[in-house]
Design a protein around this ligand. Structure first.
Ligand SMILES: Nc1nc2c(ncn2[C@@H]2O[C@H](COP(=O)(O)OP(=O)(O)OP(=O)(O)O)[C@@H](O)[C@H]2O)c(=O)[nH]1
Ligand SMILES: [Mg+2]
Length: 250
């Protein structure tokens, strides 16, 4: 019997290495801060702290540019990155995409915050643009639900209720009930910053860069692209229309 080389036997046990993103499908990578409830419990304002948000924005921008995403979205401690069907980063190898995205996020958040921080990472696959729109609608709904709940919860806690009491008050309460709870205390949910209620988007925009060619003595213009950070995302159908334009240009 022919003996397989040590090299090929060992390579074969890198069992998941051949796993790749589905050809021709949309991919979304979502990274999420590990145990960020603990990480944020001492030094950050609740339910939202603009310093924490800015660290997430910096982390998202790094992932967006480093990986060449078509769109990115961040809310709370999570970041979703959309990749076009033609994206061929690392030959679409799942292990590389998952580990590098978690690594890039962890490194940049740790640099921004000055403390060690870890992110996990997962992949979502979509066959159609309609599924992509549903995905981002889903994450924005999550942002909105958590923002309303978080504001109610911490308002009650700040009034002196303990964790159990505040959770009990909010258990089963409707959206309008929660809005009312805040309103009675002088907080209009609809006046809170949009980044808290809807999250933040990242897209590419093109611009004309003026230059000068010293050899020909001529002024030049070149089309360049830069990251646009959108803190005033639309919601519902206008958000779907916004994303449709974006995905159709991919
Ligand atoms: N204080 C503060 N905390 C925040 C802010 N944004 C997000 N967080 C925290 O981040 C947590 C994110 O929720 P999860 O991802 O479910 O919780 P986690 O502790 O990170 O748990 P795992 O992701 O399962 O490891 C929230 O519970 C908040 O505690 C913020 O602006 N201020
Ligand atoms: Mg988390």
């Amino acid at each position: 019997m022919k003996q397989e080389s040590l090299e090929s036997r060992m390579r074969a046990l890198e069992y998941f290495h051949d796993l790749k993103l589905l050809p021709g499908a949309w991919a979304i990578v979502r990274v999420d801060g590990r145990s960020f409830s603990r990480l944020t419990s001492q030094k950050f304002e609740k339910p939202f702290d603009v310093r924490f948000h800015n660290m997430m924005v910096k982390t998202t921008e790094a992932l967006f540019t480093e990986l060449g995403a078509a769109y990115a979205y961040t809310e709370s401690d999570e970041i979703s990155l959309l990749f076009a069907p033609s994206w061929d980063f690392c030959d679409r190898e799942v292990e590389k995409i998952v580990s590098l995205s978690a690594g890039i996020a962890s490194a940049h958040f740790a640099l921004a915050s000055g403390v060690p921080a870890h992110f996990d990472s997962r992949i979502w696959m979509g066959a159609t643009t309609a599924q992509v729109l549903d995905y981002f609608h889903w994450r924005m709904s999550d942002a909105s639900r958590c923002a309303l709940h978080g504001w109610c919860y911490w308002t009650l806690r700040n009034e002196g209720q303990d964790a159990r009491q505040a959770s009990k008050v909010l258990e089963g309460m409707t959206r309008s009930g929660k809005n009312e709870l805040l309103f009675e205390r002088g907080i209009n949910y609809n006046d809170l910053p949009l980044w808290q209620r809807r999250g933040t988007g990242f897209l590419w925009e093109t611009y004309q860069k003026e230059g000068f060619n010293p050899q020909t003595g001529q002024h030049t213009t070149a089309t360049r692209r830069r990251v646009k950070i959108d803190e005033t995302l639309p919601m519902g159908d206008p958000y779907r229309a916004y994303l449709t334009t974006l995905v159709e240009s991919c």
